[in-house]
Design a protein around this ligand. Sequence first.
Ligand code: NAP
Length: 334
Amino acid sequence: MQKNYKVAVVGATGVVGKTALKVLEEKNFPNVSYILFSSEKSAGKKVEFMGKEYIVYELKESSFELGFDYAIFCAGGETSEKYVPIAVENGCTVIDNSSFYRMDPEVPLVVPEVNPEDIKKNKGIIANPNCSTIQAMLPLKPLDDKYTIKRIVYSTYQAVSGAGRYGIEDLEERNDGENLKKFPYSIYNNCLPHIDVFMEDGYTKEEHKMINETRKILHKPDLPITATTARVPVVNCHCESINLEFEKEFDLYDVKILLENYPGIIVVDNPDRELYPLPSKADGHDEVFVGRIRRDFSTKNALNLWVVADNLRKGAASNAVQILEKIFEQNKEN
Ligand SMILES: NC(=O)c1ccc[n+]([C@@H]2O[C@H](COP(=O)([O-])OP(=O)(O)OC[C@H]3O[C@@H](n4cnc5c(N)ncnc54)[C@H](OP(=O)(O)O)[C@@H]3O)[C@@H](O)[C@H]2O)c1
């Protein structure tokens, strides 16, 4: 007999939480019931979900006494820091979208196409990687398996939705000066080389996240990586220029075939017809779009890629729901 699961969605009123609800509706898992949570601010709101009206409840310490099997947290690091341990103590397995637990050695950091086997190592928490890390992992994994990555240079062009609803409002309302809700400068008609806070070494925390999370997911703790992450005036979908050096020689045609055949990747790469990945085309999709695949002639065994994905879907909500789906599949096998 199939088990019934009770799932909490925490942060259901935010941009990632709303996208998670959309993805859960699309998946339409059988025998799953949901309860939606937010902070006090949105508590009591009504949300259309799975064909009916759901009330959003305020998250409290006692909320997990309701006996959840799984929870998807989309409510920021502070909320995860406080409530995830309470959820786990109450027997709930958490898929956490915040960065709070990602680098904890006890917590698997998972992209289902790349390292699904790590899910089984969880002790109650599975972390969803940073949006810019997730989309890079899909093309990097098959290339690393075949040619062994020696060094990575990331340069990102990240959409405002990655900064949540107030980031979107700053762009859409063209906020400047006193009116800014999220960014230190106007993002309208601008480009900010600054995502998350600055660290002592001059990098931003977003850049640290890309470097450390890549090493953790690829199980290569010493891989040389550098990153520059920038916010651009695009509503949704992050773009990344990725420069790779490999230990082994590669054939460009083989690289394209390898990427085309990898699950979750769509190669869009036809310069003759001016075809390459674009945020406007990736929006609303779960696949990672890869193009501008070309040799870097400045050094040995080097490659350039342009990688675009929907940061709210594959970069957050869809990846989390895919982890849940993998868990359901693994439960069936046991
Ligand atoms: N945006 C992205 O592309 C992206 C990608 C990857 C990961 N993430 C991560 O996903 C998380 C959510 O990001 P977001 O962009 O969706 O932010 P957001 O749009 O600002 O939404 C935040 C959500 O968290 C809820 N919340 C805040 N404090 C809470 C509390 N104490 N208890 C319960 N709920 C609380 C809010 O509820 P109210 O409506 O009541 O305020 C809202 O539903 C963050 O950890 C972020 O780093 C985001």
